[in-house]
Design a binder for this molecule. Sequence first.
Ligand SMILES: N[C@@H](CCC(=O)N[C@@H](CS)C(=O)NCC(=O)O)C(=O)O
Length: 245
Amino acid sequence: MYVPVLYDHRGSICSQMARLALVEKGVVFERREVDIMETNEQFEPWYVALNPKAVVPTLNLGGEVVTDTIRIVNRVQEMDGPDLSGDGTTQDWLRDIMAPHYGVLLYRNRLDPDGTAPQIIARGQLLQRLLEGRPEMASLLEGRIEGNRRFQALLRNPDEIAEHLASTQALVARMAEAVDRKPYIAGETYSIADCFATAALARFTIHGFEDWWQQTALEGYYTRMKARPSFSAAEVIDTGSERDL
Ligand SMILES: N[C@@H](CCC(=O)N[C@@H](CS)C(=O)NCC(=O)O)C(=O)O
């Protein structure tokens, strides 16, 4: 028998979603921290061989390598353990809760007065240097450089940032409606949609968005999710400052 290995980063929201699914399923797994912030380990050839998009998380099930958080939690759901499949709305929730541009929510408060984001500019420069040193990764790195350019342009546009905030707030309102009708995001039982919702609400808490759901059914829901043993076991982070992420 193998021990599943999750390649992840402690603070990454996608990693927290995957960890919650594994813990709630009762899977015994090992974590391998990939430093996506300081040393940019995600671009090391050994990691790109596992995850060609060079992002976390990646789940290795004894040689079956699963990437993309939605695919990972669905694969975890197929493993032995409690049924986390939810109802007919589960997959829509996974897509919708993954949809916000979490980077915009984070970096909108790290802008210089002229709208530039020093960390994102530094990331673009790093990608450029990597491209020069690793021509074999040209297609991956050129795609990421283009994404970095689009991200920088977006951050310079206050209207676009406001649109992202508004659509994220609308998502939270829909989540509140869902848990007003049923105990969990996707129905009567805990599901992988709750793993996504919990990690997202944790992140929104760090951003200071709690007033979006105060005095809605989501308030009690989040209290219940935090009280589950999985919250601490999966190291979900909802305290500290945006700077620590
Ligand atoms: N669609 C991917 C997105 C993964 C993703 O963007 N992961 C972030 C952390 S939450 C990451 O690895 N960032 C590192 C980087 O952008 O270089 C998934 O769901 O797995």
